[in-house]
Design a binder for this molecule. Structure first.
Ligand code: ADP
Ligand code: MG
Length: 703
């Protein structure tokens, strides 16, 4: 209750009297609008054509139009749903108006005999053509029809279109829009000048192509989109150049730690791992902060590459930090890395939210004193203000799982912490790991500021996972396979989307929650050793269950998607996914990647409920047809489009308001080309361009 009251107060005339503009100003601020430039860039969502009156007889279903007519009859229909119905007529015919929500004022406006102007889209109804919720205005014979299309702006409650229009018109008067694109560039890409483009978008003439404008494919839009994409390209290049000037510790092979780790590993690196490690080595030794993404399919062996980088930092006399998105994954990394590095005498600290305060303080103290050479943990690494004595390298696993803000914080936190102690050597290096490959077009546009290494080979001796699609009705067969696998000494995961029955949100099919699944199936196969793992368990219990499974003391782990990323138990050979149609492609691929890590033939069984929607069918088909993560990502992109693929959490997307990677691929390419040229030939214009477009957003670039 408190909220609506508060917002009402802001538009209350009494308080508006005291400060005539504050009320509006704070409402505009909710739309992110403050400066004149903000208003000028607040571009219409779509347009309405009020420049013409269409005779009722000429109305086309589905097409918006303006009609001028006289009210013949108006009533509140009480049969069926309560609604306001009005019949209007012009010289050419009759039209029905239908209002499902209305106020007494609407009724008054529609009094019989009145002449009104209506704007809306018509549809064929039972009683001839009708308009649902048209906009109604009293027809004023003295007022001429507008000469321009009417812009419709993105808005919010309490901000009227009229007030936005007024304020935007004022902003257009207030500022002189200089063009940051030289004439030659505009000519090359056939782009209009900026000032007329902006004016045109706010106030298109009556004869402009309304559809092209509304669908953002008009040449005037191209100019705005191009500018936006160019600003993005420029800022990525500027960020890269800035980074190139910063200093970072030279992490060179000064000891034999890395060599000893390589010698102690129970396997030899694959060719791809060796290549990527060489790329990283060069980066780390350069004395400039590395900013590298190591991408590789699930199971390609990214962890060991991260461990090698850590030993390199340590042998050069620095500390390293490894951050993972979940406690389960962080703990598993800790155990594995401890197993590799403790025998070599490396001091490792562990930090997670669940630690007792005393243990946390002890870990932090060891990191601050420099006694701990490597810190492994969760978000706690950035949340708890960890101070490092000499941080030289920060590694983020499954980086796409972290939000922009978190990645930023790790980077700046790390830099800040390292600042005092290693002022002589600068920023720590940043290495990110991801199993979600970034398609080339995205890498080109959003990730232009990132170096990318790809581990494109799986360790030898793996047998590709066999994927089966099984209708939920055939669950018995799956249980039989489960017993079979366990009888051969192998383990299995059984994944359900939910924890409790109470989580059963409105779903068309009855869903099996993990807890019930666990109880029921355990009763069917009591001879197996069962475990249950989900996000709502206390951290200590989660860790205990995971450890039992890792040690082979649990045969079947019933789990929610907490096991989705990173979990590595090579003896697990069967993955069953309940309600597989509910999962996204990337998720299914990640889950499947939990098996097939040993030499035994592994299976992934996707249990699905019928009927399947066309997209769900498409997704399952992709997972069935390919085990290659890059191919999965490519097809995911084709199904969903890049915006969704990246998610709003990814940096670049947050920077784009007008352009779309889907539809404007050609513009992205041109903006890339233009960015290089502009930086080279007209650096001042480039700076002015970025300043104009990126105010307040530059932080995003470092993430
Ligand atoms: P991901 O890339 O998904 O993070 P991991 O680093 O967890 O993969 O590695 C998957 C499994 O493969 C681990 O058990 C790891 O020890 C093992 N592994 C990594 N590299 C090799 C290799 N070159 N040869 C054999 N096994 C390897
Ligand atoms: Mg991993």
């Amino acid at each position: 209750m408190a909220r609506p009251m508060a917002s009402k107060k802001r538009v209350n005339p009494a308080s508006a009297n005291r400060s005539p503009i504050t009320g509006h100003r704070s409402l505009f601020a909710r739309l992110g609008l403050a400066s004149d430039w903000d208003f000028v860039l607040h571009l219409p969502l779509r347009y309405e054509d009020e420049t013409r009156i269409t005779p009722i007889a000429d109305l086309q279903p589905g097409v918006e139009a303006q009609v001028e007519a006289v009210i013949e009859h108006c009533e509140v229909a009480s049969r069926g749903r309560r609604q306001l119905l009005a019949r209007v007529r012009d010289d050419s015919g009759e039209l029905l108006l239908r209002f499902l929500h209305f106020y007494p004022s609407t009724q008054k406006q529609l009094a019989e005999g009145k002449r009104v102007r209506l704007y809306g889209s018509v549809r064929g109804g039972l009683m001839g053509v009708e308009m649902v919720h048209p906009r109604v205005r009293v027809a004023d014979d003295t007022a001429a029809l507008p000469q321009r299309l009417t812009p419709v702006y993105p808005s919010t409650e309490g901000v009227s279109q009229a007030s936005l229009r007024r304020r935007i018109a004022q902003a257009l008067q207030n500022i002189t829009v200089t063009d940051t694109l030289p004439q030659s560039l505009r000519t090359r890409y056939r782009l209009p000048e900026l000032a007329p483009a902006l004016r045109g978008l706010h106030n298109p003439p009556a004869d402009a192509d309304q559809a092209a404008l509304s669908e953002h494919r008009h040449p005037l839009w191209a100019r705005v989109k191009f500018d936006e994409l160019l600003a993005q390209q420029l800022s990525l290049r500027i960020a890269r150049a800035k980074r190139a000037q910063q200093r970072a510790p030279r992490l060179a092979a000064t000891g034999d730690l890395t060599q000893r780790l390589l010698a102690a590993l129970p396997f030899v690196l694959t060719g791809a791992q060796q290549r990527v490690w060489r790329e990283l080595e060069v980066d780390l030794a350069r004395g400039r902060p590395a900013h590298r993404l190591v991408q590789g399919d699930v199971g390609s062996g990214k962890t060991v590459v991260a461990a090698l980088a850590a030993t390199r930092a340590i042998e050069a006399g620095y500390q390293a930090a490894l951050m993972a998105p979940t406690e389960i994954l962080a703990e598993q990394h800790f155990r594995k890395i401890e197993q590799w590095l403790a025998p070599l005498g490396v001091e490792i600290a562990w930090l997670a939210g669940k630690l007792k305060p005393a243990d946390k303080r002890a870990a932090q103290a060891r990191v601050a004193s420099g006694a701990a050479q490597l810190l492994v943990g969760t978000h706690a690494l950035i949340q708890d203000k960890v101070e490092f004595a000499r941080l030289g390298l920060a590694i983020v696993d499954e980086q796409h799982r972290f939000g922009v803000a978190q990645r930023l914080k790790l980077r700046s936190g790390a830099a800040g912490a390292a600042g005092a102690a290693v002022a002589d050597t600068g920023q720590p290096h940043l290495v990110m790991l991801s199993a979600t490959p970034i398609p080339r077009t995205l890498a080109m546009s959003f990730m232009a500021d990132l170096d990318v290494s790809t581990i494109d080979e799986l360790p030898p001796g793996r047998t590709p996972v066999q994927t089966k699609l099984v209708a939920a009705a055939r669950r018995d067969e799956v249980l039989a396979r489960l017993s079979g696998e366990v009888a051969q000494g192998r383990q299995a995961y059984w994944v359900c989307p939910l924890v409790e029955e109470s989580d059963l949100i409105d779903s068309p099919v009855p869903l099996t929650a993990a807890t019930r699944m666990f109880e029921q199936t355990r009763a069917l196969l009591p001879e197996l050793r069962w475990g249950l793992l989900h996000g709502q368990l206390p951290p200590a219990e989660k860790a205990a269950v995971m450890q039992l499974f890792t040690r082979g003391e649990i045969d079947v782990l019933v789990a929610t998607t907490v096991i989705e990323v990173g979990v590595d138990v090579p003896n697990a050979a069967l993955m069953v996914i309940e309600h597989a149609q509910r999962f996204g492609l990337a998720q299914l691929h990640q889950l499947r990647g939990r098996v097939g890590r040993g030499s035994a033939q592994s299976w992934c069984v996707l249990l699905f409920d019928e009927p399947l929607s066309p997209t769900a069918r498409e997704r399952l088909k992709v997972i069935y047809e390919t085990t290659d993560g890059f191919e999965v990502a490519r097809r995911d992109l084709a199904i969903r489009g890049p915006g969704e693929f990246l998610g709003s959490r990814q940096s670049g997307v947050a920077m784009l308001r007008f352009a779309s990677l889907d539809q404007d691929a050609a513009l992205v390419e041109q903006a890339r080309e233009a960015a290089d040229w502009l930086l080279r030939e007209h650096p001042q214009d480039a700076t002015a361009h970025v300043t104009r477009w990126m105010r307040g957003r530059d932080g995003l670039l470092d993430a």
